[in-house]
Ligand binder design. Sequence first.
Ligand SMILES: [Zn+2]
Length: 155
Amino acid sequence: MLAYIFNADILCEECGRDVRRRLNESALLAYHGDPHADDSDPSNPDLIAALGFDPEDEHAYDSDDYPKGPDGDGGGEADSPQHCGMCGLFLNNPLTDDGREYVIDLLIDHVFDNRGDHAVLETWLDAYRETFDDAEIGRMFLETIRVRLTHAYTR
Ligand SMILES: [Zn+2]
């Protein structure tokens, strides 16, 4: 899934485009008083002049000022599932080993304690199920049971 980086956050394609469009409009409005002057064309020389940089050249600006992207893989491999910072859409990014362990931990907690958001966890399970190592899940599940039994007997 395509995603933008903006303001230390990851945005889905739609929200990233939306932020870019609004920034383009306000820059064009400030530049020549017409926010709708062909702001859809990134090579529009007016837009480059209005923004003060070329939006197609990611090295020309900072992601704090203007969304960078879009790039694939939902913002790239990460230690946790990524969601859009504006609308919350799940971005289906690949997970690191730590990320897989993190999700499995949350799923186990959910099964035992009904902790976490069921719908979100179900989405993550569907997205990552094929990347999980069943032996690893079994080991983590048994470890959780062992810890809980120990806890139960020492209380
Ligand atoms: Zn979004």
